[in-house]
Design a protein around this ligand. Structure first.
Ligand code: GDP
Length: 514
């Protein structure tokens, strides 16, 4: 601590005074009046009933005056005629005015709710671009300004991006929690406690000779560090569930060519997502389908038929398929139940994820069986065991799929389905939904939803552990340094310090107008 005087005067130390001094000034700046004013279509693809155009920046009021002749009362919807530069009326719109700093971006914001036709939008955007000091916004620029003006921290920005992209209820709830500070508030509270611990150690260093400063400042500092270490470690010990919920349970559909993988995927996805072809080896790449199973996200991957091949294009497909299947959370290993000679599970890359055997085309077996039965009937033979004594599954096992099944252990699930008739699909989907549920259990409450969070928290934890290591006893300077490193890692998480390098990565994923 450089300026120790206020600490002596104001013991105990005031945290608000210490924050910038100890952990680097915040990267957030107040709204800059010199900055260009930006505008964009913030609603979805036209044509639509309504289109929302937003303007943010110091010239937003001017823009409203030029387009509508007035600036309405703050935060109250007003009806206005929107005119182009030639004075001609473009549209009649609802206009909203949010003066900064109490706006989404922290700057002055104007919002026009227009009729959502392409020509209306084009005319209004052209009119805006003719106003001096205004320019079209870049992707994510509104949110970036909100971040820079201290309206959102980085974890909230990420939550907002996830909320826009959420496809299932589980993802929506997770994103909403993140946007409203589930991790951000927690990280800030950890950071505040770290600053407190650091202040104690710094005080010990600076005022070791002073009579009015308590001698043992390090013990309470270490106590804080120990508590934080426990809390952060438990936030990290979530089995990666938070990240998984964002991405969904990844299920790879794999197996030999022509087993019916694409047909199966289409039936599950209820649409024509993959090419279905009667010729082997046509699905040459990995096709992804996102599903909502009971509110949980499931990503299905249709992998190319896994087999040895000389065709270089197909070989590439096979390679990718193997890699994707090996990193999936679950593999549906599809085989043609009517094909007696087929390659088995041994072809999977190892170690392989949990694998369910899906025996497809049971309709063909049923047909064969019916044909055999009628022949047997004609021949006067009575093989009643085929129909009554043995379950259908064991008949299939014995007759047609013995070889492959031996390669699966008994704990693994086996499904008999027909991708063409739909038989057996209900059971498979129920099991998939249950698997997703147990796989993602507790995911919504997980704090860590991105690799970036995990890395920042791991850095914090590592520094805390070094701070708590026995060999630092008596070395307050080193202890202080580790606490500072831990604090900076948490600052990076919320975007308070050292984040310029990650900003572009985060905002790149946003759409224009957000
Ligand atoms: P993939 O190479 O494993 O993706 O196999 P496809 O999905 O392209 O299917 C290969 C062929 O098997 C196509 O002619 C499908 O119509 C056919 N097929 C797929 N599933 C079934 C099924 O359950 N029953 C029958 N009879 N044919 C099927």
């Amino acid at each position: 601590m450089n300026d120790g005087c206020f600490a002596r005067a104001n013991w105990p130390i005031s945290l608000t005074d210490l924050t910038p001094a100890l952990l680097g000034a915040s990267v957030r700046a107040m709204a800059d009046p010199m900055r260009e004013t930006i505008f964009a279509l913030s609603s979805g693809r036209p044509p639509a009933a309504i289109a929302v155009v937003r303007v943010s920046g110091a010239r937003a009021a001017e823009a409203l005056k030029v387009l509508t002749g007035k600036v309405p009362e703050a935060r109250k919807a007003a009806l206005a005629q929107v005119r182009g530069h030639d004075g001609q009326v473009i549209d009649q719109a609802l206009v909203l005015w949010f003066p900064g700093p109490h706006s989404e971006t922290g700057e002055d914001v104007a919002e026009l709710q227009l009729h959502g036709g392409r020509a209306v939008i084009a005319a209004v955007l052209t009119a805006l671009s003719r106003i001096e000091g205004l320019r079209p916004a870049e992707a994510g620029e509104f949110t970036r300004r909100a971040f820079e003006n201290g309206k959102l921290d980085l974890t909230a920005v990420e939550g907002l991006a996830d909320l826009v992209m959420a496809e299932t209820e589980g993802q929506r709830r997770q994103a909403f929690r993140q946007m409203t500070g589930a991790l951000g508030n927690r990280a800030e509270s950890w950071r505040t406690q770290l600053i407190q611990a650091l202040a104690l150690v710094e005080a010990r260093i600076d005022f070791s000779d002073e009579a009015d400063v308590p001698q043992d400042l390090v013990t309470p500092a270490l106590q804080i560090a120990r508590t934080l270490e426990g809390e952060i470690a438990s936030a990290l010990a979530d089995g990666g569930r938070g990240e998984r919920l964002r991405e969904g349970l990844v299920v790879a559909i794999a197996g030999p060519p022509n087993a019916g993988k694409s047909t199966l995927l289409n039936r599950i996805a209820k649409r024509e997502a993959a090419i279905v072809s009667p010729y082997a080896g046509t699905t040459r790449d990995v096709i992804e389908v996102h599903l909502d199973l009971g509110g949980l996200p499931v990503t299905l991957l249709d992998t190319a038929g896994i087999r040895e091949t000389d065709d270089p294009v197909e070989r590439e497909g096979v390679m990718r398929a193997r890699a994707r299947a090996a990193s999936a959370d679950l593999v549906l290993w599809v085989v043609d139940a009517s094909d007696p000679v087929r390659p088995g599970k041994a072809e999977m890359a190892s170690p392989s994820p949990p694998t369910w055997l899906v025996r497809n085309k049971i309709d063909v077996i049923q047909m064969v069986r019916e044909r055999n039965e009628s022949t047997e009937h004609k021949n006067g033979r009575n093989e009643s065991s085929l129909r009554t004594n043995k379950p259908f599954k064991s008949i299939v096992n014995r007759g047609l799929t013995g070889k492959t099944e031996l390669e699966f252990n008994l704990n693994e699930s086996v499904f008999n389905v027909s991708a063409v008739t739909g038989e057996g699909f209900d059971g498979l989907l129920v099991q998939l939904a249950q698997h997703a549920e147990s796989f993602l259990a507790g995911a919504e409450s997980a704090l860590v939803t991105r690799e970036r969070h995990r890395r920042a928290l791991e850095d914090t934890l590592a520094a805390l552990r070094r701070a708590l290591a026995r060999d630092l006893a008596g070395r307050e300077d080193l202890l202080a340094e580790e606490l500072r490193i831990a604090g900076r890692a948490l600052g990076r998480l919320t975007g308070r310090v050292d984040v310029e390098d990650v900003l572009d990565v985060i905002f790149r994923d946003f759409c224009i107008g957000k």
